[in-house]
Design a protein around this ligand. Structure first.
Ligand SMILES: [Zn+2]
Length: 62
C-alpha cells in the first residue's frame, strides 16, 4: 500500500491516507488539503510535494 501522512507536509496534522496507487493517494490528499487546510488552489508544486512524500507501507507477509 502507498501511504501519505499529511504531517510531513503540514506540521502537526495527524491525517493520513493509504491507497493502492499514488494517483488515488494524491486525489485524497488534495481533497484533504482543500477541505481541512483551506487550499483553494492546488498547484502543480503542491502535487509534487505530495508525491515526493508518498512512501511504500510495509505489509506483513501472509
Ligand atoms: Zn492535513
Amino acid at each position: 500500500m502507498r501511504l501519505f501522512e499529511c504531517g510531513t507536509l503540514v506540521p502537526g496534522c495527524a491525517w493520513h491516507t493509504r491507497a493502492e496507487d499514488d494517483a488515488e493517494v494524491v486525489r485524497r490528499a488534495v481533497d484533504h488539503l482543500r477541505g481541512i487546510h483551506g487550499e483553494t488552489v492546488i498547484r502543480e508544486t503542491m502535487v509534487a510535494h505530495i508525491k515526493s512524500r508518498i512512501r511504500e507501507e510495509a505489509v506483513a507477509a501472509e
